[in-house]
Design a protein. Structure first.
Length: 320
């Protein structure tokens, strides 16, 4: 089969590599023609050092080449996906579109599958999500992800197409659960990065992960998602990975918010925008999501680490 990947950053390139190594012909699209031409020649990836692009990946900045494919993975940052879809919706009619981003759109407060379904209703909308660092996938380390799509027959077809010897793919029809898990775990990773960066210790991190998971379930319950999805790879699995590894950009961003490290502001940090969208969504739904709220406040500099700590520790005592 042939697959197109939109977005030649770390994750798009890593997916392109595993799919190409499994025998698919892959077109990897990036918006910068010079960069793509260099990648085509050198087979190197600017955002993923040490990885090499197999010969059956074609690097291109031509969208016409991409739109010739029926299966298109969207590996753009979450906030860039809606504008991209709006601009190109006519060319995407009837395609299988697999979002590979994690986040809640700031303008509409929707997750990736919902966003695709709103803008390109004729497409088979899906999402590939779960615990996986791009470098691990690119290096052929064993990884397991969840493919979420509303139609299980389409899901089963995409699942067998996208799985590779090193990338095991599970599937679910609970797209809202998958959207929430992938988005919210990044907010919790920022919170954990702050805690570790501020020297608050591993016990504080465990408390944040657990109470953060509780916030994920609160939102999932209200939006009609299945709790089991949140307990799976796309929720709990990714929460564990991202909250415990300095490989995570969201975690490292949290450390920098605590003043522990420097941080390159051009780095993709999905949890920063998502903290704001989720806080907005929580207000609309009249839900109490204290960790999401303090993360949004820290990012907006409405509070500092000691204010955030007090806001969480001084809350009224309650049943777990
Ligand atoms: N990296 C990882 O380990 C993983 C990432 N993900 C998810 O994948 C998604 C993408 O992240 P990742 O690849 O890591 O990010 P990167 O920062 O490595 O790459 C993002 C890519 O998107 C491109 N891009 C950004 N905005 C636009 C736009 N408006 N139009 C076209 N292209 C654009 C960038 O292009 P340019 O270079 O020109 O700026 C860049 O190539 C995120 O949602 C992330 O959560 C999921 C699992 C693992
Ligand atoms: O989503 C990821 C791992 O599953 C990547 O996390 P970061 O975006 O925090 O690096």
């Amino acid at each position: 089969m042939s697959i197109a990947v939109i977005g030649a950053g770390a994750f798009g390139a890593a997916l392109a590599i595993t799919w190409a190594e499994a025998g698919h012909d892959v077109t990897l699209w990036g918006r910068n023609a010079d960069t793509m031409s260099t990648m085509q020649k050198t087979r190197e990836i600017p955002r993923l050092s040490d990885a090499v692009l197999p010969q059956n990946i074609t690097c291109s900045a031509s969208l016409d080449t991409v739109f010739a494919h029926d299966i298109i993975a969207l590996a753009l940052p979450a906030q860039a996906m809606r504008p991209f879809l709006e601009t190109h919706k006519n060319a995407l009619t009837g395609k299988s579109l697999i979002a590979c981003c994690k986040g809640i759109d700031l303008t509409t407060m929707t997750g990736p599958v919902t966003t695709i379904r709103q803008i390109v209703p004729s497409a088979n909308a899906a999402m590939l999500t779960g615990p996986s660092f791009a470098a691990d996938i690119a290096n052929g380390l064993p990884t397991a992800l969840t493919l979420a799509t509303p139609d299980d027959t389409i899901g089963a077809n995409l699942q067998s197409l996208l799985a590779t010897p090193t990338l095991r793919v599970y599937r679910t029809t609970d797209t809202i659960g998958a959207e929430l898990g992938g988005a919210l775990k990044n907010v919790m990773a920022i919170a954990c990065g702050v805690a570790i960066g501020a020297g608050l210790g591993d016990s504080a991190r465990a408390a944040l992960m657990t109470r953060g998971f509780s916030e994920m379930l609160t939102l999932a319950d209200r939006l009609g998602a299945d709790r089991a999805t949140l307990g799976g790879l796309s929720g709990f699995g990714d929460l564990v990975l991202t909250c415990t590894s300095t490989q995570s950009r969201n975690f490292r961003f949290g450390q920098s918010l605590a003043g522990a490290t420097d941080f390159d502001k051009t780095t993709t940090v999905e949890g920063a925008a998502t903290a704001k969208s989720v806080t907005k969504l929580a207000k609309t739904l009249d839900l109490d999501l204290p960790i999401c709220t303090v993360v949004a406040d820290l990012i907006d500099e409405k509070t500092d680490v000691s204010g955030a700590l007090e806001a969480l520790m001084a809350r009224p005592l309650k049943e777990e």
